[in-house]
Design a protein around this ligand. Structure first.
Ligand code: PLP
Length: 394
């Protein structure tokens, strides 16, 4: 009954974990979640008020398919100020979430059989979006510290390679790619006539004073060859509002607009007015959330690294930690034997009431992803419970 394309995709492991958590909670169990990539903060009040006002003013009709002009102008201003990138409003396509923006860009650029290079570990949806568009995902491992391995990219390029899908700051690792590594990658892109989709949705969540570089800004050629993807979900705690965008050359932007016009007509009208407020009047709220995330990262990183056998890199962005848990594979608590990170995740969920996502879901077996988008109190409790559960594995 199902099409080959739909039959080929794998449902999201993160969503599967969310369903298991709901079942356990319904059965009365106490579960601490480090599995969901969603800030735990409320959406800042001025954004909510701007939305309420837009609703009261009747801004409830279709907008142009690439979004209202005022928001596209504000996005241009943001990209100029934060990223040193100059776009005109016609080069911006506002979408229902960064995920739709990514899908628009992949469909705009990818022909049947085109190869798309994706550094791994990677965000779960990249592989599936590429497959849905008829492309062939090619996984390119990063270095042990999750930095880009440009040599691996060179080796992975074939005459069928069309595009690289980048994500910095990265989900699931939290890695922020250095300007130097992006410049090296840009040389490979230019030499081989490739394109880049640069997912920068975690851009505002960076720590230790690190600076994020958009690969679109490293040269004029890369400006032409890059589709920047960004959105409001993570920086403004607006996951449920569903708003994101692409910035690209005019040809790709028109294609994204045409595709989106047929898929969803336009992004939600009143949410666009809320996003306009987010871009123009919410820097303080974003900074408060960023600081809270940085404290949580520091705490969780220290706790994980002091658990015997757990090895964890210190990420400089996003809100994830991805420790290597291989020291625990092959162990048992006397009743169940743990062979994979997935089994260890299930063990932690059942025995410690701690939910995280196994690395296999991000193309990185032997690891587990912990999202620290949870209160300090819950992080402390979750780490205590995990530490105890791990000591029972011999
Ligand atoms: N890109 C990355 C790397 C993400 O982690 C996520 C959400 O988890 C998205 C895109 C999707 O963002 P949005 O909620 O704007 O669709």
């Amino acid at each position: 009954m199902l099409s080959k394309r739909i039959a080929s995709i794998t449902p999201s492991a993160t969503h599967a974990m969310t369903a298991r958590i709901a079942e356990k909670r319904a059965a009365g169990e106490s579960i601490i979640t480090f599995s969901i990539g969603e800030p735990d903060f409320l959406t800042p009040r001025p954004i909510v008020e701007a939305c309420e006002l837009a609703l009261r003013e009747g801004k409830t009709k279709y907008t142009s398919s690439n979004g209202i002009a005022a928001l596209r102008e504000a996005v241009c201003e943001k990209l100029r100020k934060d990223n040193g990138l100059r776009y005109s409003p016609a080069q911006i396509c506002i979408s229902s979430g960064a995920k739709q923006a990514l899908s628009n860009a992949v469909y705009a650029l990818c022909d049947e059989g085109d190869e798309v290079l994706i550094p791994t570990p990677c965000y779960v949806s990249y592989v599936e979006i590429v497959k849905l568009a008829g492309g062939v995902p090619v996984l390119v491992p990063t270095n042990d510290d999750f930095s880009l391995n440009t040599e691996n990219f060179r080796k992975a390029v074939t005459p069928r390679t069309k595009l690289i899908l980048l994500n910095s700051p990265n989900n699931p690792t939290g890695a922020v790619y250095s300007r130097m590594s992006l410049e090296e990658l840009a040389r490979i892109v230019e030499e081989n006539d490739l394109y880049v989709i640069s997912d920068e949705i975690y851009e505002k969540l960076v720590y230790d004073g690190v600076k994020v570089t958009s690969i679109a800004s490293v040269s004029d050629a890369m400006y032409e060859r890059t589709v920047v993807v960004n959105g409001f979900s993570k920086a403004y705690s607006m996951t449920g509002w569903r708003l994101g965008y692409t910035a690209s050359n005019l040809t790709v932007s028109k294609a994204c607009n045409a595709f989106q016009g047929h898929m969803t007509s336009c992004p939600v009208s009143f949410v666009q007015y809320a996003a306009l407020k987010a871009l123009t009047d919410c820097d303080t709220a974003v900074e408060e959330m960023r600081r809270a995330f940085e404290m949580r990262r520091d705490y969780m990183y220290t706790r994980l690294n002091t658990m015997p056998g757990i090895r964890c890199q210190k990420p400089q962005g996003a809100f994830y930690l991805m420790p290597d848990v291989r020291a625990y594979l092959g162990r048992s608590d006397g009743e169940r034997k743990i062979e994979t990170a997935e089994e260890l995740c299930n063990y932690l969920l059942d025995e410690a009431g701690v939910a995280a996502v196994f690395g296999e879901a991000f193309c990185m077996p032997g690891t587990i992803r912990f999202a620290y988008a949870n209160s300090m109190e819950n992080i402390r409790l979750g780490m205590d419970r995990m530490e105890t559960a791990l000591t029972n594995l011999k």
